[in-house]
Design a protein around this ligand. Sequence first.
Ligand code: MN
Length: 359
Amino acid sequence: MVHITRRSMLAATAIAGASAATGAKTTGRRPYRRIATEEGFLSPAVLAQNAKTHIPGVPLITSEGPSSLVARTLLDLDGGRLSAMDADGIDMQLLLLSSPGVQVFERSTAVALAADANDYAAAACKRHPTRFAALAAIAPQDPAAAARELERATRTLGLKGGIINSHTFDHYLDEQSFWPIFEAAEALDVPIYIHPREPATGMREIMSGPVAGGPAWAYGVEVGTHILKLISAGVFDRFPKLRIVVGHMGEALPFWLPRIDNRYVAMRAGMFGGAKPMQRMPSDYIRENLWVTTSGMNYWPQLRMTLDVLGRDRVLYATDYPFEKQGEAVGFVEAMPLGAADKKALFEDNAVKLFGLTR
Ligand code: MN
C-alpha cells in the first residue's frame, strides 16, 4: 500500500510539474476544460468585518497578522489568481465566499455583506467570463432576505447557486424557519453548496486538536451530520428537486451509506423506539439529491469508492484553493486510472451541467 501511494505521488508530482510549466499552452489541446468547483475568495468588506468580529474558537481571516498572506490571495480575482490557475492547469474556478462567510455576523450586517460579496464576485466573472463563475453568499440569519438574495444573485448577477457554510449560530438548516431558502433554490433550479466551518459550540469542544478537529475530521463529520439532519427532517420529501452539493469527497457519507440504510430499516421495524417513515431510503436522498466534489480529497481509493457508490455523474473536481495546492491536486487526479470519458465528466461535464456553466 505504501509502495503504491509513493509511486502515484511521484507520478502526480511529475504531472504537476509538467502542467506548471506548460499548463497555459496545453489548455486548448486537452479534451476537456479543468473546472475547479470549490475555490475560495473574500470581498474587502467581509475581510474588514472579520477584523471587528471576535468569536471564541472561530478564527477569522483578516488583512493583518498571520492570515494576511492568505487574505491577499483570497481578495485577488485578477492577475495573481489567473497566473496561478494558468501555472497549475486550471481553466475555470467556481468561486465561493470563504468560510464561514457572513454567517458569523449580526443579521443586518450579514444580509448587506452577502449582497456586497456577490457584487464583488459578479464583477470578477464579468471581467473574466471564461475563467470565473461564482455561487451566491446568503445570510441564513434572515431566511426571507437570503431567498431574495439568491434570486437577485442568480437571475440578475448570473451567479450559479448558493453557498452556506453549515450552521448559523449553532442552528442547522433542518429547522423549518430556514426552508424558504430551499424553496427558492428549488424554484430557481439552482444548487446549494453546503461547506464546512467550525462545528457548533458543543461539538467544537469535543472535536478539537490537530487530528480530530478542523479539516482533518471535524469539518467533514459536521457537514455529513448536517446532510443527514436534512434527510431525517424531510427536507427532500418537501423539496424533491432540491440539489445539494458537498465537498471533500462527500464528507464521509459515501462510506457510510449501507449502514445508514441498515439502521434506518431496523428502527422502522421498531428498534430503539422506531423511526418516522420517509418517502425514500436515506441512501436514495444521497444518490438523488446530493452531488459531491473532490476538494482536498484527491485520493484514488476514496474517489474510486465514491464513483462506485454515487455514480460518474455525481462527482465533480475541486481544489479548495488557496487552502490546498492546485497543481498538486490536478496532478493527483490526472495520474489516476480513469478513462477519458470519466475524466471529462469529473473535470468538466458534471460542473457544466450542475451549475449551468457556459460550454
Ligand atoms: Mn473547503
